[in-house]
Design a protein around this ligand. Structure first.
Ligand SMILES: [Mn+2]
Length: 242
């Protein structure tokens, strides 16, 4: 395994110590492995949400560490948890449904690194040549206007690689779940759900289980009347929103 990220362990430790680690999810086997080197073992005692990836550990550790480092100053909008919990959640969702899709799981850890941090595509390519292309596929082009960018998510979906589709679908599910839990403006929620449905509809046939997971969420939160007839209209609302 290429050990780039292990050079950054002091930074990760710093992040763990300063960013409310007690509320974050932990990739336990990885940190078990790190313990002798940098992390105090007591830090694990109070964890309630522990994620295990089992035998895939070695292949994934670098991706998680690299992503943890680059997202170290960011928090999730609603929960306030360290941003990396989102990347872990997306990776975990793919792992649960498709445990052998290692490239997609690695890509899931890194999927927001280009879009949301100072990490460059060159840097990613250098350290993770097998995953960089997949990450670029799920990275929105911030140089184009927001409406077009959002619309592009719908039109580009069908042409993406299988790995990119898995990440995109899991990412949408994760974010929609958060919106369903936290968003008080229901009209805005329906617009987001409708838009996400159109994006996912363009990638159907990728993962029966992930698609079913999205459908369950969609039909649980979208009133039946709207779900039947107004999806396109609500998606347009989302596209028109700032
Ligand atoms: Mn994401």
């Amino acid at each position: 395994m290429e050990l780039w990220a292990f050079n950054k362990l002091p930074y990760l430790k710093l992040w763990l110590e300063t960013e409310g680690f007690e509320n974050s999810m932990v990739y336990k086997p990885l940190f078990d492995k790190m313990k002798p080197q940098v992390v105090d073992s007591d830090i694990f005692e109070s964890q309630s949400q522990i994620i295990t990836f089992g035998p895939l550990l070695d292949d994934l550790a670098d991706c998680l560490l690299f992503a943890s480092y680059h997202h170290r100053h960011q928090k999730r909008k609603f929960s306030g948890l360290p941003y990396i919990t989102h990347c872990i959640g997306v990776a975990k969702m793919i792992y649960d449904c498709h445990p052998t899709e290692v490239l997609a799981i690695k890509g899931a850890f890194l999927h927001d690194a280009i879009e949301d941090t100072e990490c460059t595509s060159d840097e990613l390519e250098l350290h993770f040549p097998d995953v960089a292309k997949i990450v670029m596929e799920v990275t929105d082009d911030n140089s184009i206007p927001k409406v077009e960018r959002k619309r592009h998510q719908i039109t580009s979906g069908p042409h993406k690689s299988r790995e990119a589709k898995l990440i995109k679908i899991a990412d949408k599910i994760y974010n929609c779940k958060a919106f369903c839990d936290e968003l008080e403006d229901k009209e805005q929620l329906y617009a987001i759900l409708a838009f996400s449905k159109l994006v996912i509809d363009g990638m159907r046939g990728t993962s029966e289980s992930l698609e079913a997971m999205f459908d369950e969420l969609f039909f649980e939160h979208m009133p039946a009347m709207l779900a039947d007839c107004d999806v396109e209209a609500y998606a347009e609302k989302y596209l028109a929103s700032k």
